[in-house]
Ligand binder design. Structure first.
Ligand code: FAD
Length: 466
């Protein structure tokens, strides 16, 4: 039986960290400390079900984030207790070891997270403890809170954004003073050596300290220009905060507050809109946990073409703007948002290949891989999701001319074309002639160009994508 709050006053509480790896504005940590007078076990369980599936770059980012979280907790008087294995079993074991009756954790939206939460709540109940789930940790607004009158979630972004922008932000959670009861934990893993992810502006290292530094620099220096530069592929000047948001090294709510949500300039407003897209996708996934597998808007069949899929994955389609994006992903674990749109549209709309294949490739390689954002952006581009114009196609040549007008982005990631001076030829290298392409070992386009598929399809005029 869960005990009353008064009986838990002097007993330690457990704060389970999942992807909220921070001490600032962390409602889980604050609530655990408030319920126990500061006697808390800050626990992270290396989940045996997830770890084997993540890429080395992502694993390193996670390990760096755990080391930094431990340092942050030590500054508050505590430390991170690390266990590994099955999350439900380990959390129950720790709660039993310190005789805790309260366990606090962030609620999450995937089917896997739902199952884990339900199993944990039941297992804790059976040993006389209670699981407290906090639903405003990962997102700014709780995923199930904003609803239209006739449905359990918004399926169109603009009305969601209007409602979202009206709701006040929750107050920030204060980082508490802590003391940790005597309990054993494993050594923290030492982050592996290797290239950190990220491009032009240097590598992305995990951790709250690094995330807060990056957020501050971004808000102090660049956010005002965001509206004008966010689509410029070569400038690569977006915030690069997505991995920090995914792992919770930075609080989305704090970021929104600092971006001046109630009185933003036009750059900050455009940035807030992107944070709102993130909330939007989380609320869709929460209502539709089958979205990683199921078309939200059914469409006809997909083409099975393993050669084309391989050419796309390897960045050898012969369409330079597509190849540049795919090679950036392979080299850096990162891809500019505009390139994500172009490469995803090329796979699904031009090649007619199932978005699930593309989403799986992105999920494996992206440092910021996030089920809600990845799957629902893919469904949006593929026309099976929330786009109100599901038939739109992004013509890669027009996108290249618009968002990489000097050809710099392509030259940076496609060395075969690095010395082509003319921007038009960089984007349409077949204009150099067949033998020149062969000499450079750059492939001919896998789809017909010019009077064919790529050339004929056009972007919708005046399109405003994200
Ligand atoms: P900024 O432009 O600085 O935006 C700030 C923040 O807003 C981002 O960090 C992110 O959290 C959020 N955001 C921005 N754009 C979107 C969007 N379209 N949808 C949801 N949130 C957004 N983002 C991920 O975090 N993980 C993914 O796995 C992912 N997969 C994607 C797959 C495809 C096919 C597409 C088209 C987009 C995907 N995105 C994904 C969204 C977007 O590309 C990235 O969030 C963005 O490029 C990250 O760079 P940034 O932090 O510099 O973004």
């Amino acid at each position: 039986m869960p005990s009353s709050p008064s009986s838990s006053q002097s007993r330690a509480a457990v704060a389970v960290f999942t992807r909220d790896l921070r001490v600032h504005d962390n409602p889980v940590l604050a609530a655990a400390a408030a319920s126990s007078g500061g006697e808390v076990v800050p626990l992270f369980v290396l989940d045996g079900g997830i770890l084997p599936r993540i890429s080395p770059t992502r694993r390193r980012f996670l390990e760096e984030s755990l080391a930094d979280l431990d340092a942050g907790l030590r500054r508050l008087g505590g430390r991170l207790v690390l266990r590994s294995g099955d999350v439900v079993a380990e959390v129950c074991r720790v709660a039993h070891e310190v005789d805790a009756v309260e366990v606090h954790m962030a609620a999450d939206v995937t089917a896997y997270a739902h199952e884990r939460q339900d199993a944990l709540a039941a297992a804790l109940r059976a040993q006389g403890a209670e699981l407290h789930l906090h639903d405003q940790v990962h997102t700014i607004q709780p995923p199930g809170d904003l609803r239209p009158n006739d449905r359990d979630h918004f399926s169109v972004f603009t009305p969601y954004w209007r409602r979202w922008a009206e709701i006040p932000l929750r107050p920030p959670a204060t980082a508490p003073h802590l003391s940790v009861p005597d309990i054993a934990g494993q050594e923290l893993p030492v982050p592996a050596d290797g290239e950190s992810a990220g491009g032009l502006h240097g590598g992305l290292h995990g951790g709250e300290t690094e995330g807060r530094k990056r957020a501050k620099q971004w808000l102090d220096k660049t956010v005002d220009e965001y509206e004008d530069i966010h689509d410029d592929l070569a400038a690569d000047a977006t915030s690069k905060l997505s991995p920090y948001l995914h792992f919770g090294c930075v609080s989305a709510t704090e970021l929104a507050a600092r971006a001046g949500r109630d009185h933003p300039g036009s750059g900050a407003e455009a940035f807030l809109r992107q944070l709102c897209w993130r909330d939007f996708h989380h609320q869709v996934l929460s209502a539709r946990p089958d979205a990683p597998h199921t078309d939200l808007r059914p469409r006809g069949s997909w083409r099975d073409d393993p050669d084309a899929l391989a050419a796309w994955s390897e960045g050898r389609t012969g369409i330079p703007i597509v190849d540049a994006g795919m090679r950036q992903l392979a080299a850096e674990g990162w891809m500019h948002n505009r390139a994500r749109l172009i490469t995803a549209s090329f796979l699904t709309k031009t090649l007619g290949i199932d978005w699930r294949a593309g989403a799986a490739h992105f999920a494996h390689h992206l440092l910021d891989a996030d089920v809600a954002n990845n799957v629902l952006n893919w469904q949006w581009v593929a026309g099976t999701g929330m786009d109100t114009r599901p038939n739109r196609v992004l013509n890669p040549l027009r996108q290249a001319a618009r968002y990489d007008p000097a050809g710099e982005y392509v030259r940076r990631y496609v060395p075969e074309l690095a010395d082509v001076a003319d921007a038009g030829q960089v984007h349409e290298p077949w204009r150099l002639g067949e033998s020149a392409l062969k000499e450079r070992d750059y492939p001919a386009s896998i789809v017909e160009v010019g009077g064919g598929k790529v050339g004929k399809r056009v972007d919708e005029p005046g399109e405003a994508l994200f």
